[in-house]
Design a protein around this ligand. Sequence first.
Ligand code: FMN
Length: 219
Amino acid sequence: MSRKFFLLKNLRKGNSKFPENYFPKKFLRKGCGVLKIIVGISGASGAIMGCEFLKALREHGGIETHLIVTEGAATTFKHETNLNPDDVKKFADEVYRNRDMSAKIASGSFRTDGLVIIPCSMKTVAGIASGFAENLLLRAADVCLKENRKIILVPREMPLSPLHLRNLKTVADFGCAIIPPVLTFYNHADTVEKQIQHIIGKIFSQLGLEYKNFVAWQS
Ligand SMILES: Cc1cc2nc3c(=O)[nH]c(=O)nc-3n(C[C@H](O)[C@H](O)[C@H](O)COP(=O)(O)O)c2cc1C
């Protein structure tokens, strides 16, 4: 069995407990990742969650990331953080403009293991729900849906209107995993950083990956 196949099989089984440095550097070069994940950061509040998620994927190793930062997210980064989108893009293997409808991730023939949108605005949820693929992020979601690939959304709005809830129900019915960034209390996550780590842990779990900073419920 080839090394790449072995790693892929184990990652898919949710067994990513490889010894540290197990992934040789050459294996982690651009284009050689084990999993290919598209990451979308859209203009809902909490752009920092998208940045931390990308960092966590990079730290995990063996994951090739394809990043889209929407125009809305560029605005939230400006209002909510000291980061600009370029600071975030350095944690991704490939970066695309949201207007670039000819990018490879706009096509089903470029195989990926799925899409995570964190945070996900209600506009982007609506676009996925209706198939209105007017930008690259929405097109990437449309492609993942038609190709039966995993989609994980971290939708953020407060409060949620009946329309938001209807759209979320629609995308959940299509098979999208919905991970709202809600607060956790049972693990005493007493900082924003720990709250974000909890959300990242939940996404990793959906992807069948281990996340070292996730504090699970202990009965
Ligand atoms: C500071 C700020 C916070 C925002 N927070 C949210 C939010 O939590 N949820 C949401 O759906 N939209 C939010 N918006 C509005 C979106 O950014 C806006 O609808 C945008 O068009 C979304 O487009 P996108 O999904 O392509 O990024 C916020 C906008 C700003 C400027």
